[in-house]
Design a protein around this ligand. Structure first.
Ligand code: GRF
Length: 200
């Protein structure tokens, strides 16, 4: 059984889709920890309602990056976390945590990386940039997280067509629906390849 930590900042619809998808697909995995920088996030509420342990972790009270990283790391180790899934998490993962979980941190991005990623590319900004660039397709990307923002190896992508009357908001809604499908598929793919490596 793989232990998962899901990091969220917002509504947590991807978190909920992952939670349900694991059940529906009978994946050998369980979400054992929900980490959020926002105490009142929908994700935290959903986790509490489903008896998943939560950790509200903000960088602000910590004197330095080192102590903040150590608190995050000790929570992850205490829960024997195998994979970390970033699902609408808006904060940077500290370098020390990335180094401790090589190819074990996944993120979902609401565009077709490597385009439209990096600094400032979150929320409606992404969809606005895609539409302004005159693209006719966009989509969702699940990728590994490495030291470079939105640059880790791509695991899975799914595309959607952009219609002439699409707005950043309509495009974001369309993409969110496919995010819910592609994230669980990517997780399944990673779990089955890791399971084989481990001889499970
Ligand atoms: C999603 O579009 C995700 O790709 C982006 O933030 C949004 C989070 O939505 N990084 P939710 O909190 O999962 O509903």
């Amino acid at each position: 059984m793989f232990n998962l930590a899901v990091f969220c900042s917002g509504a947590g619809s991807n978190f909920q889709a992952l939670y349900r998808g694991i059940e529906e697909r009978h994946l050998p995995a369980q979400i054992v920890l929900c980490v959020s920088d926002k105490e009142s996030s929908g994700a935290i509420q959903f986790a509490r309602a489903n008896n998943i342990e939560t950790l509200h972790l903000s960088r602000t009270p910590y004197a330095d990056e080192e102590s903040y990283s150590n608190v995050m790391l000790s929570a992850l180790h205490a829960h024997h976390i195998d994979f970390i899934l970033l699902a609408g998490y808006l904060k940077k993962i500290p370098q020390k945590v990335i180094a401790a979980f090589p190819k074990k941190i996944l993120n979902i991005h609401p565009a077709l990386l490597p385009k439209f990623g990096g600094k400032g590319m979150y929320g409606l900004n992404v969809h606005e940039a895609v539409i302004n660039a005159g693209e006719t397709t966009s989509g969702a990307t699940v990728h590994f997280v490495n030291e470079e923002y939105d640059k880790g190896e791509i695991i899975l992508q799914r595309t959607v067509e952009i219609l002439p009357d699409d707005t950043p908001l309509s495009l974001s809604k369309k993409i969110l629906t496919i995010e819910h499908e592609v994230y669980i598929e990517a997780l399944q793919k990673i779990i089955s390849s890791t399971g084989q490596e481990k001889g499970k």
